[in-house]
Design a binder for this molecule. Structure first.
Ligand code: HEM
Length: 481
């Protein structure tokens, strides 16, 4: 009897807690279960379906949707400057919330990467210390590394008639990211394999983020308890290589033989030793390699896939590229002049942006009004790029269609409003640091592929599985022109 009473009391307390959770923001529309417990969003995130679920919910409920106890997705473009604009004072969700599960563990200690550094001042100082390495002018120094890697990709493709494009793009992106970062590849393209398991490590990290970010308290209990923290983790071969290269170059700020990120970070460490030490440099290199690998591969795969599904766009793009008489690999100066190539890239990143859940920020003290709704201090708000990108107010009634021409036909005002609603590289103080590298790389690689190969989708294909989980099935046939 006593046990029954205890069970009853526990059940009542649990129901009361679920009710209180829901009641807290019950005026915000969204599924009832999402408001009662974060297990709802954890379930969809685990299954890789949160993106499509949120898109459907925005169609039903409009621009503001509650998808967690304290989490709200906003698809109104006016939210972007408020949430991500530098003046707003919003902070990346920190303690016990989504970005926290991205913090790495090394020698029993938590080591934050740039993206998972919650402290705004620390994040800002770290970012400023290396920002010179990522300006549009500075990234031209890395072009040589991309030029060395593109022929490896073309050779690897020539060895096959049919390829899993996403896998090949991933091998390319890893080799290119490591070359840009420290001047050497791990040899993924040459061996057509995940050398040293580095890709798997990055994949695990992203999956871990996706699976646990909704329930960070549980993640802490499972992975950051005193026992788990003590478990020794072997450093990845990529990290080991970065450490050994850093040691061999540590005192070489005058080095003229390398123009990679490592050399620029060493210089930044000399300029701001209080902000960037040896561990910080290795951490930043790991951040750039893991930030660059999958995102670039996914974006290029989606870009080619969109082209293959739209023969007219492919025809126009090929015509522009052929007319430009590009060398292979082309110089960035050559490809950066091509207007249709630029429009296709923007459009592809619009219809298939890489983040698959809202980029969450905490509302600062005093609260804030967004899209006509007041959000109190502490609640988490965020924009999911795919939801914003499907908004007809910013992109027109045909927002769901892949149509690069929209970027060329728009008048000045519409173009400005489309540009400011494009979240492919995020926005504000935590926007993608490597975006100029990514754009240079993608324009050069896609042009090289189009000049060299004919590509078409095979009707019955394999599941193309990236870290972000494609929802479409296809494989790709490649033939040399
Ligand atoms: C098409 C390719 C890429 C896409 C779509 C992309 C997208 C993004 C996005 C959306 C974020 C913000 C994440 C968030 O706030 O939750 C981000 C951050 C970041 N990206 Fe990229 N990225 C790409 C390529 C690269 C490359 C090539 C590098 C480095 C060479 C890079 C380095 C970083 C870093 C270091 C951050 C963290 C910035 C910070 O927290 O201050 N990314 N990226």
């Amino acid at each position: 009897m006593a046990a029954q009473n205890i069970l009853l009391a526990v059940a009542i307390l649990l129901l009361a807690k679920l009710f209180m959770n829901w009641y807290k923001y019950c005026s915000i529309p969204g599924p009832l279960l999402a408001g009662t417990s974060d297990l709802w969003r954890a379930y969809y995130q685990y299954r890789g379906q949160l993106r499509s679920k949120l898109l459907t919910l925005h169609k039903i409920h409009g621009p503001i949707v509650r998808y967690g106890v304290d989490a709200v997705s906003i698809s109104d473009p006016s939210a972007i400057s408020i949430i991500y604009g530098s003046r707003a004072g919003f902070v990346t969700v920190s303690t016990a919330e989504s970005y926290k599960v991205l913090v790495g563990i090394s020698n029993g200690k938590e080591v934050a990467s740039l993206v998972s550094t919650a402290d705004e001042a620390k994040h800002g100082a770290l970012r400023r210390s290396v920002s010179k390495a990522f300006t549009p002018a500075a990234v031209l120094d890395y072009e040589v590394y991309i030029d060395q890697t593109i022929p490896d990709l073309l050779q690897a493709l020539e060895r096959h008639e049919t390829v899993d494009l996403s896998e090949m793009m991933l091998l390319y992106s890893m080799d290119s990211a490591t070359r840009v970062s420290f001047g050497e590849t791990l040899g993924c393209l040459e061996s057509e394999s995940d050398v040293g398991g580095t890709i798997q490590l990055i994949r695990d990290r992203f999956n871990h983020w996706g699976w646990w970010s909704s329930i960070p308290t549980l993640e802490r209990l499972v992975y950051r308890n005193p026992y788990s923290m003590r478990v020794q983790r072997t450093p990845s071969s990529m990290a080991a290589k970065a450490v050994s290269l850093l040691k061999s170059r540590a005192d070489t700020t005058e080095d003229k033989t390398h123009s990679d990120l490592l050399q620029k970070f060493i210089q930044a460490g000399h300029d701001s030793p209080e902000t960037l030490d040896m561990t910080g440099i290795v951490g930043l290199l790991m951040s750039t390699i893991s930030g660059a690998g999958d995102t670039t591969a996914t974006t290029m795969t989606a870009w080619l896939f969109n082209l293959m599904k739209s023969p007219e766009v492919m025809r126009k793009l090929r015509a522009e590229i052929v007319e430009a008489k590009l060398s292979v690999p082309p110089s960035f100066a050559e490809v950066n002049k091509l207007p249709y190539l630029n429009a296709v890239l923007k459009e592809s990143m619009r219809v298939y942006p890489t983040p698959t859940f809202p980029m969450e920020r905490k509302v600062p003290s005093g609260g804030v009004s967004i899209a006509g709704t007041f959000f109190p201090e502490g609640i988490t708000v965020g924009c999911m790029p795919s939801a914003i990108h499907m908004n007809p107010t910013a992109f027109g009634e045909d927002a769901e269609v892949f149509r690069p021409e929209r970027w060329l036909e728009a008048d000045e005002d519409s173009l400005r409003s489309m540009e400011s609603a494009h979240l492919g590289f995020s926005r504000g103080r935590r926007a993608c640091l490597g975006q100029h590298i990514a754009v240079m790389q993608m324009k050069k690689v896609i042009s090289s592929l189009i000049v060299t190969f004919g590509v078409s989708v095979l009707p019955l294909g394999r599941l193309i599985c990236t870290f972000y989980r494609y929802e479409e099935y296809f494989s790709v046939s490649i033939r040399t022109l």
